[in-house]
Design a protein around this ligand. Structure first.
Ligand SMILES: [Zn+2]
Ligand SMILES: [Zn+2]
Length: 173
């Protein structure tokens, strides 16, 4: 083992000769195995609709978290705003209930997918244009814990008057 080179051992050499050796190597190995396990655990995100007829998984963490206050998203969700994050369409895998997913074209280029049995909003996507190969996931349907790095409120001008979004998130119109 002593002959194996790795960057952690080089780093610990700086903190003194005592830090170098089998203990450092074992510490590095444990940390490496732990982080690999954490990465594997958080790689796939699973979600489902209210009645669980539709189940899906995301092969990459969703990005670009946004809370949309536009009237269409509000009505589609029946809520103060809609929370979405996006993945490439190829990273969305429908595990069950594909035939239960219905699509509503809320405008010429926007498709909203929902469960035909329970009405849960599931996905938002564009039928053409720059981001047509991406899909936005209604974050409320995620079952796997998800903590975004950052998030923003969009179309805040259309926001309802009975709820004030957190000032911690930037607002973009
Ligand atoms: Zn359902
Ligand atoms: Zn919207």
């Amino acid at each position: 083992m002593a002959g194996i080179q790795n960057p952690c051992l080089v780093m610990t050499e700086r903190s003194g000769p005592k830090a170098v050796g089998r203990r450092s190597w074992l510490r590095w190995l444990c940390w490496h195995l732990f982080t690999c396990r954490v990465e594997r655990m958080t790689e796939v995100y699973q979600g489902s609709c209210l009645c669980a007829a539709v189940c899906y998984e995301l092969l990459t963490p969703p990005t670009a978290v946004s809370h949309c206050h536009c009237s269409q998203c509000r009505k589609g969700h029946g809520a103060a705003f809609a929370s979405y994050a996006s993945v490439p369409r190829s990273a969305l895998r429908i595990l069950g209930g594909a035939s239960s997913i219905k699509t509503y074209a809320s405008s010429e280029t926007v498709l909203r997918e929902f469960c035909a049995h329970c009405g849960s909003t599931l996905f938002w996507s564009r039928s053409q244009g720059e981001f047509a190969d991406w899909v936005s996931i209604a974050l409320g349907t995620l079952d796997t814990p998800f903590k975004p790095q950052k998030q923003k409120h969009v179309y805040a001008d259309s926001a309802v008057h009975w709820y004030t979004p957190s000032k911690q998130c930037p607002q973009v119109d």
